[in-house]
Design a protein around this ligand. Structure first.
Ligand code: DSN
Length: 423
């Protein structure tokens, strides 16, 4: 790693840690990252995240802090707030949540009382832990009525969701997904929520980069609260933020985040979020977001031609879900086998999966990270063939070795951080 860029001295001061840093760096540069929720932040984002703002306590909000010395921190947090509002066309923003789970928890705390009824997509069908899983705070503190995908089409069944909402009268409906490959109709969700008097919480974590780049419809005009992480398609640092359309909701959200849930905000990460919002506002980000979708469609179609089954038949977004049952493979076996060929994916349940979440019948694949490297449709076709080759011979070391060598060659043409010198 070019220590001039980050002024790191780990190679001499802490060689034990440096060894792993270097190995992970090689893994990232020389492998194909197909985890749908991962991406590569820019050097500027990383420099901000790893910079001097990490030294400061700033409990409170700009202009209302519990510590002195926050005059510059305040300006940066205000910039992060303003930039996120402008990027998404929102009236209010809170940029302090440390992660997506905290953002969702804050949305619940702002809008609901413990014991209230909440509707969210079943985790095993593509929801999220915080959308009502019984092992999560959401499932423990609230009465969850999970909705499911249509068993035949694997699409959101808005009529059924509406019927369920009418019957169970939830206080909130969560429209957010970690493994839904199709466009979400947020206007329809808003109509359903309004008709039963529920609040609509949109968790756009997976698609916020697509929304920012105009490659997916926006939940902002429809939802009472919108939560999002910053590190997925949005390509920022690890973290989250919350957008609200109305001042009364925004005040409740602010209180829920601090002092409700968090203490000192990570101002270094807030600075990195501000940098990422700035980057996402550039015209080149629009092209990036559109290319993510083009790449996903192209990868999905190539995989389909190679006899892979795609849940819902394809994708409109950055991700797809393979149903591996016709390949006589579990998600776990496929993930392990691809991993050893330098292709990183994650096993994922398919709707009504006969396997447990630790085994699964599915594999989730996404294109945000490869698109950041500059890969396009041509490379997607090659990636599909590599996946096919490995999964046809999941235990063949020679095949994996050959694919890995091909990947190393291709990734060298698309460096993630071209101006860093590899050790
Ligand atoms: N872990 C994230 C994902 O991979 O989708 C969701 O939080």
């Amino acid at each position: 790693m070019n220590q001039m860029v980050f002024r790191m001295t780990l190679s001499t001061s802490d060689p034990q840690i440096w060894e792993f840093y270097k190995k992970e760096w090689h893994r990232q540069e020389e492998g194909l990252e197909l985890i749908a929720s991962e991406n590569y932040a820019s050097l500027d984002v990383m420099a901000a995240a790893g910079g001097i703002f990490t030294n400061k306590y700033a409990e409170g909000y700009p202009g209302k802090r519990y510590y002195g010395g926050n005059e510059f921190i305040d300006e940066v947090e205000k910039l992060a707030i303003e930039r996120s509002k402008k990027l998404f066309g929102a009236n209010f923003s809170n940029v302090q949540p440390h992660a997506g789970s905290q953002a969702n928890m804050a949305a619940y705390f702002a809008l609901l009382a413990p014991g209230d009824t909440v509707m969210g997509l079943n985790l095993s069908q593509g929801g999220h832990l915080t959308h009502g899983s019984p092992v999560n705070f959401s499932g423990k503190m609230y009465k969850i009525v999970p909705y499911s995908l249509n068993p035949e089409t694997h699409l959101l069944d808005y009529d059924e969701i509406a019927e369920m909402a009418d019957k169970t009268k939830p206080k909130a409906i969560i429209a957010g997904f970690t493994c839904y490959p199709r466009e979400v109709d947020f206007a329809r969700f808003a109509k359903i929520s309004k008709s039963c008097g529920a609040k609509l919480i949109a968790d756009m974590s997976h698609i916020s980069g697509l929304v920012a780049g105009g490659a997916h419809q926006s939940p902002i005009p429809h939802a009472d609260v919108v939560t999002s992480t910053t590190h997925k398609t949005l390509r920022g640092p690890r973290g989250a933020f919350i957008l609200s359309p109305a001042e009364d909701t925004a005040k409740l959200v602010d209180k829920a985040v601090f002092p409700g849930l968090q203490g000192g905000p990570l101002e270094n990460m807030i600075m990195a979020k501000a940098v990422a919002f700035h980057e996402a506002a550039r015209p080149s980000f629009k092209a990036y977001a559109k290319q993510i979708v083009k790449n996903a469609k192209s990868l999905a179609s190539a995989l389909s031609d190679l006899d892979f089954t795609l849940v819902s038949g394809g994708t409109d977004t950055h991700l797809m879900l393979l149903d591996l049952r016709n390949r006589k493979l579990t998600g776990k076996e496929a993930q392990i086998s691809l991993d050893s060929a330098g292709i990183t994916t994650n096993k994922n349940t398919i709707p009504n999966d006969p396997q447990s979440p630790f085994i699964t019948s599915g594999l989730r694949i996404g294109t945000p990270a490869l698109t950041t490297r500059g890969m396009k449709e041509k490379e997607m076709n090659e990636v599909a063939h590599w996946i096919d080759e490995v999964l046809k011979n999941p235990n063949d070391e020679a095949v994996r070795g050959r694919v890995k060598a091909g990947i190393k060659k291709m990734t060298a043409e698309f460096p993630i951080y071209p101006n860093l010198i590899k050790e």
